[in-house]
Design a binder for this molecule. Structure first.
Ligand SMILES: Cc1ncc(COP(=O)(O)O)c(C=O)c1O
Length: 394
């Protein structure tokens, strides 16, 4: 059977190959003195807090399981709106909020509703691999722009202006970023948005890790810049609900009907049970728990990144959010007698039972020199990982 050109344009997710190999090895070494430590996972190691679990159970018991409106439960859109006001001092009316099946569905909706065949969308290299595939699936062309550590691995206004061509339709940014955990400085973001706005383009910013910010200088939503941009968000990361498949997007009011039409047809609605459960995310007890967990993520970062640096796995920019470390492994790979981050990741997997992610999926600019460590694992596990790395590289 013939696979569509669209599907063929979507590259494989190599990370999953490494993850599969790590899972297979994990079974073999489970009962040894060094069971596998997973530092390749891009999701919190916490689950939804008790109030959220109870709300889900209640929704099921009470039969609140029919479809919701395509834009989401009004009550949930209201709670998200209040969260923006309380946490970021941003005025984001509920009527601009669209509840989706995770950030993934929000990105898909944004691309399908706004990108025409042949439109070019600028994004940083490195960046979250699926983003370029969402653009490709909408028959647009992702254009990856190499970034440097001095730019916090993010686009700058100058680079956006320089790369803007006849076919460019907009930019797709993520702040904080996966894989680097670094954010765009608010002033630079304002300048980028001015460049895009002046060209009648589209600014889409993925703020899925915004709740997990550790530096007040960066923990501001781009929505403060005005109503003419699109922000993507999710219950997956800060709210620890990856498998519940729930997220949202904030769009200019004029775009809501178009997004609603596409959402009605493609998804009908996001999971009803997850939406009822998510209402409880904003209860004071849940927020207090999320804040404790955010402090835990920060403590892990503060421990792990200096240790990586000491081991010669230099992290050129301290992440200000998320739970990733984007480390240059060139020296460490040489020490192990291997070349490039792909072989380095396999060497760590086989010799130290540490699963990490090679840079390859995230772009092509210097990604062969970088690996991504995830710190979404307990402090004792991170300490044990450092001990094994010391044995291997010390
Ligand atoms: C930057 C970024 N955007 C979007 C997603 C997708 O998240 P969701 O679970 O909300 O679909 C991820 C998941 O890792 C991510 O890292």
């Amino acid at each position: 059977m013939q696979v569509s050109n669209r599907a063929q344009r979507i590259e494989p997710f190599y990370v999953m190959e490494v993850a599969k190999a790590a899972q297979a090895l994990a079974r073999e070494v489970a009962h040894t003195s060094e069971p596998m430590i997973f530092l390749n996972i891009g999701e919190p190691d916490f689950t939804a807090p008790p109030l959220v679990q109870q709300a889900a159970a209640r929704a099921v018991a009470e039969g609140q399981t029919q479809y919701t409106p395509a834009l989401g439960l009004d009550a949930l859109r209201e709670r998200i709106s209040q969260w923006y006001a309380q946490r970021f001092g941003a005025d984001v009316p509920a009527r601009r909020i669209v509840v989706t099946a995770g950030a993934s569905a929000a990105l898909q909706l944004a691309c399908l509703a706004l990108v025409n065949a042949g439109d070019e969308i600028l994004m940083p290299d490195p960046s979250y691999p699926c983003n370029r595939h969402f653009v490709s699936a909408a028959e647009g062309t992702p254009v990856l722009i190499p970034t440097t550590a001095a730019e916090r691995f993010q686009l700058s206004a100058d680079k956006v202006a320089e790369a803007w061509g006849e076919k460019t339709r907009g930019v797709l940014l993520a702040s904080p970023s996966n894989p680097t955990g670094t954010s765009i400085a608010p002033d630079e973001l304002r300048r980028i948005h001015d460049v895009v706005r002046a060209r009648g383009g589209l600014t889409i910013i993925d703020e899925i890790y915004l709740g997990l910010s550790y530096d007040p200088a960066y923990s501001q939503t781009a929505l403060a810049l005005g109503e003419d941009l699109i922000s993507i968000n999710s219950f997956s990361k800060y709210f620890n609900m990856t498998g519940w498949r729930l997220g949202w997007m904030v769009v200019p009011e004029a775009l809501v009907p178009a997004i609603e039409r596409v959402a009605q047809n493609l998804f009908i609605c996001a999971s009803t049970i997850a939406q009822h459960a998510a209402l409880a995310c904003f209860e004071p007890d849940s927020i207090a728990e999320y804040e404790r967990r955010r402090a835990e993520f920060k403590a892990r970062r503060d421990y792990f990144i200096p240790e990586l640096d000491k081991l010669g796995l230099r992290v050129p920019v301290m992440p200000d959010g998320a739970f990733y470390a984007w480390a240059d492994c060139s020296d460490a790979a040489r020490k192990l007698g291997v070349e490039g981050s792909w072989d380095f990741a396999y060497a760590l997997m086989q010799r130290a039972h540490l699963a990490i992610t090679p840079g390859r999926d995230f772009g092509s600019h210097e990604t062969a020199n970088y690996v991504r460590f995830s710190t979404a694992n307990s402090l004792p596990q991170l300490q044990e990982a450092v001990r094994r790395l010391q044995v291997l590289l010390g």
